[in-house]
Design a protein around this ligand. Structure first.
Ligand code: ADP
Ligand code: MG
Length: 643
């Protein structure tokens, strides 16, 4: 950015070059088509395969500028299509160069998951380019396959900063022919403490490359990077308005794990809804919740990645046709799902990150209809609200469980309605005679008889409910009064068997958050979030519960991991020993999963694990693109999302 004032931020608006600004503004209601950009035909063909109808605003604004060869800072919130905004012009430019095996495009992404997502997107947009390879490289997985992939040659490398540095240092990643470099989700990358790595990598790339920086927000640290490494970038900001349609009302409900099912059914009773989608974390939980809802009389079905594609499609059809009302899904299985009828999204289990949240609630409020999104969370998870509100740029209101009184009144009036309805639509004469006889024979008033029949009609189910506690007292106090309630989940919890306590050299003083610890460790150590237990943030260090048997490789990678720029110096803490009794943090809660602080990523349902099988590159000529076929609903089918 330097001296040239190109910022579209409001305070600079007056001084910026009109071209950039008008590009961004003009496309707010854009009618531009992908075919208007002069993209390479193979890229256009791929776009038509994936079913994108027209560019999203950020794409419409950045694609022409990037095609010109200019550096770009692109700011737009999550879910606005930033990946394609940098991938499409990059591929189109590469397609016009003479074929090569060299790495021409390098994308840095904050987490392994995001690196995989970007790699997948690149591959799909490059599906018509011959002998073209996209290789994801990320921490925590063995070097072998990545090295082999790099040796074979990958025109596009998408990686997490730590692992990219490793490959540069090992000499396995040659960036001398690099044409195009992308810093994706730059704010997240810095939040995760990768500033230094990003600096290092940028300083090792050729001077004359094109650089694109994409981010949801623009903290000063990003300005600094942009200023240092981008040449006169066009700064393109697309204002919030997209993703979470403003016609979706967002609410959260504080509820403890064991009460979720009751809370859910109570909401279903009290809310007006058409179609519902409930998100849970694991495949097993989809079946479990769907069964429980069915046994409570709801028409529900589960979809998850284990259910064959055809059956999943049938289930989605059933929802669309109103044959079922509730779909219980994992994030992966519901990706891209577009059913107009869905009027309510219940985040039954908390999402893995804000991005999943945005994707989840995007399932409702479709086609201009209004939608509702409800997030279940424990008091300890409350801090993630801020992250969600930031990501969606919308407030999430607290809701309270409909009271027993509300539900009971509803049930009673429904019951009365049913009587009226039956009287008007059914022939009740046989029963009328029977009752009249009974009345005289037994000398019992008709009201008594009717009451007995009502009990029979209920089939043993009680008509009325009792109030549920929103959060047990102990839990509430701990969450509210506990020192650093969100960060310190360690000390009150006994270690899980097989785990050990490790010490890292960053703490409150360095302002670490549990999320960044989990992010960094999961990423660089190749652990899943499920393997990361309690985190206790102290003043100048933190204690983290991890598997006792970390491999040498993992220990090495983790000892070199940084958070907020500081080396974490992971080491075993001599304090606590594993105990057999698994501590239950929250008291009344059974599972552990429901109580995890919001962390950057992944347990349960990894989207891309299967197909990438660790670390394979996928190049068209080796026929590996077919690996994508087995993915979540919508991954293969063209999506017709309109912006
Ligand atoms: P961001 O990086 O801004 O969070 P992504 O690049 O991950 O967003 O895109 C979000 C979703 O939108 C993806 O599922 C992607 O396939 C889809 N998408 C991107 N561009 C378009 C488009 N032009 N038309 C329809 N869907 C699109
Ligand atoms: Mg993105």
């Amino acid at each position: 950015m330097s001296e040239t004032p190109t910022a579209t931020m409001s305070e600079n608006a007056a001084t910026e070059p009109a071209t950039d600004n008008s590009a961004a503004e003009a496309t707010e209601e854009n009618t531009v088509l992908f075919t208007d950009f002069g993209l390479d035909g193979r890229v256009l063909a791929a776009l038509s395969d994936v079913g994108y109808e027209k560019p999203s605003p950020i794409q419409a604004a950045t694609i022409p500028v990037l095609l010109e060869g200019r550096d770009v800072v692109g700011l737009a919130q999550t879910g606005t299509g930033k990946t394609a905004a940098f991938a499409i012009p990059a591929l189109s430019r590469m397609a016009e160069l003479p074929p090569t095996k060299n790495t021409q495009i390098l994308v840095l992404a904050p987490t392994r998951e995001l690196a995989l997502q970007v790699a997948e997107a690149f591959s799909s947009y490059a599906s018509h380019m011959e002998n073209f390879t996209v290789l994801p490289v990320y921490g925590g997985s063995p070097y072998g396959p990545q090295l082999a992939g790099l040796r074979r040659g990958a025109q596009v490398v998408v990686g997490t900063p730590g692992r990219v540095i490793d490959h540069i240092e090992k000499g396995s990643l040659d960036l001398s022919e690099l044409q195009y470099m992308v810093l994706d989700e730059a704010d997240e990358m810095l939040r995760m403490g990768f500033a230094e790595e990003v600096d290092q990598i940028l300083s090792k790339t050729p001077e004359d490359k094109q650089v694109a920086l994409f981010s949801a927000t623009m903290p000063t640290a990003i300005r600094r990077i942009a200023k240092k490494y981008l040449k006169d970038p066009a700064e393109i900001t697309v204002k919030a308005k997209t993703t979470t349609g403003t016609n979706t009302r967002q609410r959260y409900l504080q509820v403890m794990g064991p009460h979720k099912l009751d809370a859910m059914t109570r909401i279903l009773e009290a809310e007006d809804f058409d179609g519902v989608i409930a998100f849970v974390r694991t495949k097993m939980a989809t079946e479990d919740l769907a069964d429980k809802l069915k046994s409570r009389g709801y028409r529900a079905a589960a979809i998850n990645g284990d259910i064959p594609q055809q059956q999943r499609e049938r289930t989605v059809e059933a929802l669309r046709d109103g044959k079922i009302d509730i779909l219980v899904a994992t994030d992966v299985a519901a990706r891209g799902l577009d059913v107009e009828r869905i009027s309510l999204v219940v985040n039954y289990d908390i999402p893995h990150d804000t991005e999943s949240y945005v994707h989840r609630i995007g399932r409702t409020g479709r086609a201009g209809r209004s939608g509702d999104a409800i997030l279940f969370m424990t008091p300890r998870e409350k801090y993630l609200l801020r992250a969600i509100e930031k990501a969606t740029r919308q407030p999430v209101e607290q809701m309270h469980l409909p009271s027993a009184e509300t539900i009971n009144n509803l049930r009673m009036s429904k019951f009365a309605e049913k009587i009226t309805e039956t009287l008007s639509s059914e022939d009740v004469s046989i029963f009328r005679d029977l009752i009249t006889n009974y009345e005289t024979e037994h000398n019992v008033p008709a009201a008594e008889i009717a009451a007995a029949l009502a009990v029979m009609a209920q089939g043993g189910r009680p008509l009325l409910v009792q109030d549920l506690p929103e959060a047990p007292k102990g839990q509430r106090e701990r969450a509210a009064g506990g020192r650093d309630a969100m960060g310190s989940r360690g000390p009150t919890r006994a270690l899980t068997e097989g785990n050990a306590t490790y010490r890292i050299a960053v703490g409150r003083r360095q302002r670490v958050m549990p999320g960044s610890i989990v992010g960094a460790i999961a990423n660089e150590g190749g652990l899943s979030a499920a393997q990361i237990g309690g985190i206790d943030i102290r003043s100048d260090h933190s204690l983290v519960e991890l598997p006792a048997d970390l491999s040498q490789d993992q220990l090495r990678a983790l000892s070199r991991t940084r958070i907020g720029g500081e080396l974490i110096h992971l080491e075993l803490d001599s304090g606590r020993k594993p105990r057999r009794d698994q501590g239950d943090f929250g008291g009344s809660r059974g599972g552990y999963g429901s109580d995890r602080p919001f962390k950057k990523k992944f347990d349960g349902d990894r989207p891309y694990k299967k197909k990438f099988d660790g670390d394979r590159s996928f190049s068209k000529d080796r026929g590996e693109r077919s690996d994508f076929a087995g993915q979540g609903a919508g991954a293969r089918k063209p999506r017709h999302k309109s912006y």
